[in-house]
Design a protein around this ligand. Structure first.
Ligand SMILES: C[S@@+](CC[C@H](N)C(=O)[O-])C[C@H]1O[C@@H](n2cnc3c(N)ncnc32)[C@H](O)[C@@H]1O
Length: 454
């Protein structure tokens, strides 16, 4: 018997919202259909391509009514690379979209009707990233491929230049690929688990021009290591330090535990808001240095410090916010789970001659529970958690500690809005919601929310 051919479902619809990953949302028979590259207000013919528990997925077949915000992406690999999601929208349109998204999330999840201030744009929204992380693989012919992963896959898309990354970092990637060819060093194959080079990570100090190169290998045995370092330094005398990081695990996390400094000091220094910061390979450091200064200045302004407060910087990374705020506070304590970042934070207090700050390596929730059990007095809390936001222990202890003001910075407004609803129930009033465009051309948006104890 002939097998029945599966019918392709075609629909026509208007984009009425957007998802947290920047996809357009169309309603179809009371269901949401998530459509990549569809802009708010556009109408399109759409092919249904799949289904998850909560919604369908679709693909644009043709656009019936085009948005005036649609533009031609300047990047040659935009349709395949998973790095950017909004290059088909003009920069003005991206800002509108992010503004609408934050407002929607705050209304629907935080159930809060406070107005959202206009998103702070970036003057020149290109070449802003100070950190580039490139994956390696090989194609069918055996040629080395260096680039970024396709959205939701581990397939590497070849990249010659990236419009949002630092130019020198771009050039180092090209040279490294040539050096691999010259010394016959193979990229790592995740499926077969053979080959050596997994990633190259480059960090650039925006104000200091310092450059760090981290070569991520699958094994700590790195034949030809000295030749590679020599060749890389010959081509790029601007490199300040080269580190080998070994990651033998089957994981999508880029960096492994083991590190070996091959050249230089093993870290770089950058300047933010007039203070020096030492950055190690594994420490978190904001990727858009221009907008970070805007973000931090705004956050510290919103904390309205008078000079005598006891301040907590939760999820402090290398201590940036706490150290910058310490100039206006009585004293500051910072907590962070990554011990390398805390080592950097302690060093950063020293190089900036800051005496009123102490840093602790701990899980922020465990630390908060301890503070609240000890009835410690905290006046102002800055918190800047990872995308997953805070857990209940953290929020409950924060409410118990009763700081006068809380400044919550987040790169995921959805989890931020979820956490805000707890804080609002716990007696906090939202004063201001300020989005900042830290990641132009991607769907990501940073948001500062200031709260006050009622
Ligand atoms: C978004 S970063 C913010 C870092 C810093 N505030 C900055 O602006 O550079 C979040 C930080 O939270 C840290 N982190 C993640 N989970 C944590 C936890 N459970 N407890 C404490 N810190 C955590 C990460 O290592 C990272 O440094």
């Amino acid at each position: 018997m002939k097998k029945k051919k599966k019918q392709t479902q075609m629909i026509q619809g208007k984009c009425i919202n957007s998802s947290d990953r920047g996809m357009g949302i169309v309603k179809w028979k009371h269901n949401d259909v998530y459509v990549p590259n569809l802009i708010f207000g556009e109408e399109a013919k759409i092919k249904i391509t799949g289904k998850s528990k909560s919604h369908y997925f679709g693909e644009i077949v043709s656009i019936i009514k085009e948005s005036p915000l649609r533009t031609k992406p300047g990047c040659a690999i935009y349709d395949r690379c998973g790095g950017c999601q909004l290059m088909h929208v003009s920069y003005e349109g991206q800002l509108k979209e992010k503004q609408r998204y934050v407002l929607d999330v705050m209304k629907t999840i935080a159930k809060h009707n406070v107005t959202v201030d206009d998103i702070i744009p970036m003057k020149d929204p290109y070449r802003y990233r100070n950190k580039i992380q490139v994956a390696f693989s090989s194609n069918k012919k055996g040629d080395i491929v260096a680039g970024f992963y396709e959205e939701n896959t581990h397939k590497v898309v070849q990249m010659e230049t990236c419009h949002i990354q630092d130019k020198i970092a771009d050039a180092i990637v090209g040279s490294f690929k040539e050096i691999m060819k010259q010394y016959k060093i193979r990229p790592y194959d995740e499926d077969k688990r053979v080959g050596l080079i997994r990633h190259i990570l480059i960090r650039r100090g925006f104000h200091t021009d310092q450059t760090m190169v981290v070569i991520v290998t699958s094994s700590n045995k790195f034949p030809g290591r000295n030749n590679v370092v020599k060749a890389l330094r010959n081509k790029h005398p601007e490199i300040d330090t080269i580190i080998q990081n070994t990651n033998p695990r089957k994981t999508s996390i880029v960096l492994g535990e083991q590190e070996r400094v091959l050249f230089g000091k093993g870290y770089i220094v950058d300047v933010l808001c007039g203070m020096k910061f030492k950055i190690s390979p594994k420490s978190f450091y904001q990727v858009n240095p221009v907008q970070t200064e805007t973000l931090y200045n705004k956050a510290i302004d919103l904390a309205n410090l008078k000079g005598n407060e006891r301040v907590l910087d939760a999820y402090c990374g290398i201590g940036t916010i706490g150290l910058i705020a310490s100039r206006k506070a009585g004293n500051v304590i910072g907590v962070e789970v990554n011990k390398d970042a805390i080592q950097d934070a302690i060093g950063n207090a020293k190089i900036n001659n800051v005496k009123n700050v102490r840093f602790f390596t701990a899980d922020a929730s465990v630390f908060m529970v301890e503070l609240s059990n000890n009835n410690e007095k905290i006046d102002v809390v800055f918190l800047d958690p990872p995308r997953s936001g805070c857990d209940e222990r953290f929020l409950k202890s924060l409410i118990k500690l009763k700081p006068k003001r809380v400044v919550y910075i987040s790169c995921d407004p959805k989890t931020q809005a979820r956490d805000l609803s707890h804080l609002i129930k716990g007696g906090y009033k939202v004063n201001k919601i300020q989005p900042v465009d830290m990641f132009p051309h991607t769907h990501h948006v940073e948001c500062i929310v200031s709260l006050e104890k009622e």
